[in-house]
Design a protein around this ligand. Structure first.
Ligand code: MTE
Ligand code: HPA
Ligand code: MOS
Length: 789
């Protein structure tokens, strides 16, 4: 046995600020995305032909010009699908790969052209002649409700207490409505799939998907073959943000059907305009609310209906609208409450998962109610927020009857108020607004509480596969997918920590349905919670075998064996990790293990609206200050301060990146990103020229982001960390509220400004005009109260 000197700690273990495993490859252009995979000889390219009507019967389709176009090999329609023409993730048979007989939204795929180059396929697709008979269509939520359009799925109701009694006893009530816009994912790498046919019925699909197992199932279903014939691989995505949880399946299915038919490798990649037109986005919502409260602003009753534009099919609209209701309370206790969802069908692309998964829309609705209460009473919204936080006797029960047990919002807010100097800056903004006729300032401090777990309990499971090779190097595979969030790095850190070896001994390989089966989507922010635990479980199995072996071989008790940095201590001696592995191999010890994890404690009955859908909550808060030009409606975020809770961080560098990125994405959603459909049901904002995501120059001029370093998950999550992917998205709400305050200043902060989201400069300008007019109209009777600006 070698005698080795122990080192302090391994490089890149859990809690280290390790860089993203591919960061250097992302910036140097060497990270391999699907479009970079070398193409086998004879690779063909597919391009989708999209509907030019919002709702119509297809009377006839003439492909002659398409087929005669240069480079065209063939055309695929619904008739070429060997299995079922459906990729509905809700298993509702309402999501055809290719529309047959009728189209239900402008941009719906009807066929695909297969050609020798992508350009040839794209040009050919445009030459189709289709005869339509138009049917009436609706694109908007309220129009859909008025036209009695169906719901795409059963609605949810959350109810607690007695709202009639609550409203009867409340001294004040306000009711209102709000529109909340959708959002395009704008992943940098668009949708793409590359299918290679194999022997017999086999096919291998490289897909930019967050959900390889479902892509596998959908491809099998569409081909009419069992899942065991289909392998789906994904090394990384250039961003997913929820937009590749189900939306990747279409491209995978088309590529696989073509690969099977032509027995050639097929790649399908839409251009940006078609990607934006043909794939689902964040749901836009209409919220109708009524809130009862006392003179201090303490909420007594809430009644709200959340209607969502779901598009033409169910997709994930059920769980998305459910999650909206789960977050309408945010951090606030509602003594009497009724929340209802209305997942409405519309003749638009089927909306889907997007970071926060309905939670942000629910939370914006809840925060709008807080704003209304504050402006109705002439108080600082932060005061109303604090008054209504969960906490105290009988004030911890959510509308879905889960008790909030891990509430740390009070401490986060307290710390952020101090570090952002909120009170003084609010006073300074009010003083500034009194003197400044055109530029107005606003500041807002808003909290976030986000529930972690898939609400569909069965999704909360994961698997991992760990191999230790005889040279001591380790290969790690798990069911999670890498989309830039750093999951591969974090799970590798867990493995480094378990075996106590340096991170560079571990290689994470591409996610593959052939290695870890039946995985859940990498979604609901649960990637590291689930896969980290599954990987740890695999390592523990191997470690147990190694310990048993070493105890026997070296004649020491199992308790005297420990994995120390890059060595194993056996009694009083130390042996290099790789040497122990060699010895174990020689003794025929199995050095590979499949790990598994399922989240404990959670349960949920949708029918009863009761349970514990979430294992725990992640918290955070942000304070943003803006200046608004009241002549143009333009604004600038001057400063944002954030404190965000990730429990005990697995990797503070990656977590900070997630918090910053999510905040900016949330801010973009609520300010400049606007989706607009014309009267014909055409999405007219389908490129960066018409759809404005935040630029580097839009980020807050001063941006102070901190993790709540003292936080630790009270539940036994992987190394007591918390999920980070989605919760900080909702920190962007402080920007919307700060803009509200700046607008409210023109009417002495006494009229709720009620700016719909996104608060584009046009909307801000219109709100300012509306508030000025309202103030002028109220001048006579309220003259005594009004301070002139
Ligand atoms: N970060 C990057 N860079 N790219 C992404 O696509 N997706 C977000 C979030 N952070 C995303 C991201 C979404 S919607 C989710 S659900 C989580 O990452 C998923 O990964 P996780 O569960 O490993 O956090
Ligand atoms: N979040 C994200 N994706 C999901 C969920 C969820 O709660 N449920 C099903 N897919
Ligand atoms: Mo994230 S919306 O759960 O993919």
């Amino acid at each position: 046995m070698n005698v080795m000197q122990p080192v302090d700690r391994v490089r890149g273990a859990v809690h280290d600020k390790e860089r993203h495993e591919s960061g250097h490859k992302h910036v140097s252009g060497t990270a391999e995305y699907i479009d970079d995979i070398p193409e086998p000889a004879g690779t063909l390219h597919g391009y989708l032909g999209l509907s030019q009507r919002a709702h119509a019967e297809i009377l006839s389709v003439d492909f002659e010009a398409v087929r005669n176009s240069p480079g065209v090999v063939g055309v695929l329609t619904a008739e070429d699908i060997p299995g079922e023409n459906d990729i509905s993730p809700a298993h509702k048979h309402d999501d055809p790969v290719f529309a047959a007989g009728k189209v239900e939204f402008h941009g719906q795929p009807i066929f695909a052209v297969i050609a020798t180059s992508r350009e040839a396929a794209r040009r050919a697709a445009a030459k189709v002649k289709i005869d339509y008979r138009d049917l009436p269509h609706v694109t908007d939520v309220l129009e859909a409700a008025a036209a009695n359009y169906p719901l795409v799925i059963d609605p949810l109701k959350l109810e607690r207490g007695d709202i009639d009694a609550g409203f009867a006893q409340a001294k004040n009530t306000v009711s209102g409505e709000m529109r909340i816009g959708g959002q395009d994912h704008f992943y940098l790498e668009g949708q793409i799939s590359f299918a290679i046919p194999g022997e017999d019925d086999e096919v291998t699909v490289f897909s930019s998907t967050q959900h390889p197992s479902e892509t596998q199932l959908m491809v099998a279903h569409v081909l009419g073959v069992p899942s065991n014939a289909v392998t789906v691989n994904v090394r990384r995505m250039g961003g997913g943000f929820g937009g590749k949880e189900t939306q990747a399946n279409l491209f995978a299915a088309v590529a696989a059907v073509a690969a099977r038919k032509y027995r050639r490798a097929i790649k399908v990649r839409p251009d940006r305009d078609d990607d934006m037109t043909a794939t689902g986005k964040r749901h836009d919502f209409h919220v109708d609310y009524k809130v009862g409260f006392d003179d201090d602003g303490r909420i007594e009753a809430v009644d709200a209906v959340f209607a969502a534009r779901c598009g033409f099919s169910a997709d994930l609209s059920g769980p998305v609208t459910d999650r909206a209701l789960f977050h309408a309370d945010n951090c606030y206790f509602y003594p009497n409450v009724r929340l209802r969802s209305r997942p409405l069908k519309t003749n638009t692309v089927s909306n889907t998962a997007f970071r926060g998964f309905g939670g942000p829309q629910g939370m914006v609705g809840g925060e709008r109610m807080i704003e209304d209460v504050a402006y109705a009473l002439g108080k600082d919204p932060l005061e109303i927020r604090k008054l209504n936080f969960y906490g105290g006797e009988g004030r911890n029960l959510t509308p879905y009857h889960q008790t909030v047990e891990d509430n740390i919002i009070g401490r986060i807010i307290e710390e952020l108020e101090v570090s952002s100097d909120y009170a003084a800056r609010r006073q300074a903004a009010i003083a500034f607004n009194r003197e400044s006729p055109v530029i107005k300032r606003g500041i807002a401090l808003t909290p976030v509480k986000f529930g972690i777990s898939f609400t569909k309990t069965e999704y909360n499971q994961a698997g991992a596969l760990v191999h230790v090779y005889t040279d001591g190097s380790i290969q790690l595979n798990h069911g999670g997918t890498e989309m830039g969030q750093g999951l591969y790095t974090k799970v590798a850190q867990v493995v480094a920590d378990e075996f106590q070896v340096d991170l560079d001994h571990i290689k994470v390989t591409a996610t593959s349905t052939g290695k870890v089966p039946n995985t859940s989507a990498t979604a609901a922010s649960s990637g590291s919670d689930l896969n980290g635990m599954a990987a740890a479980n695999a390592c523990q199995q191997i470690k147990e075998r190694l310990v048993r072996f070493a105890a026997e071989r070296y004649g020491v008790g199992e308790a005297d064996i420990a994995f120390e940095p890059n060595t194993v201590r056996i009694g009083a001696e130390r042996i290099a990790f790789a040497d122990l592995i060699k010895a174990a191999y020689a003794a025929r010890v199995q050095l590979s293990a499949a790990g598994f994890y399922k989240t404990p404690k959670i349960h949920w009955s949708r029918a009863e609206g009761r349970g514990r859908p979430f294992y725990y909550f992640a918290y955070g808060a942000s304070c943003s200050e803006v200046s608004v030009d009241t002549l143009t409606g333009e604004y600038q975020v001057e400063r944002t301060d954030i404190i965000h809770d990730v429990g005990k961080s697995l990797n503070p560098a990656l977590d900070l990146g997630q918090v910053e990125g999510a905040f900016v994405q949330g801010m973009g959603w609520l300010t400049t990103e606007e989706l607009w459909w014309d009267a014909k049901g055409r999405l007219r904002t389908h490129a960066p020229s018409t759809y404005k995501i935040p630029l580097a120059s839009d980020r807050p001029r001063v941006f102070n982001v901190r993790l709540a370093e003292w936080s630790i998950n009270r539940e036994e999550t992987i190394r007591r960390s918390k999920a980070v992917g989605e919760p900080p998205f909702m920190l962007g709400i402080s920007v919307l509220e700060a803009i509200s305050m700046a607008a409210a200043s023109v009417a002495d902060y006494r009229i709720p400004p009620r700016i719909d989201a996104p608060a584009t400069p046009e909307r801000v300008l219109m709100a300012v005009e509306r508030l000025r007019a309202a103030r002028a109209a109220g001048r006579d009777d309220r003259a005594a109260k009004i301070v002139d600006d």
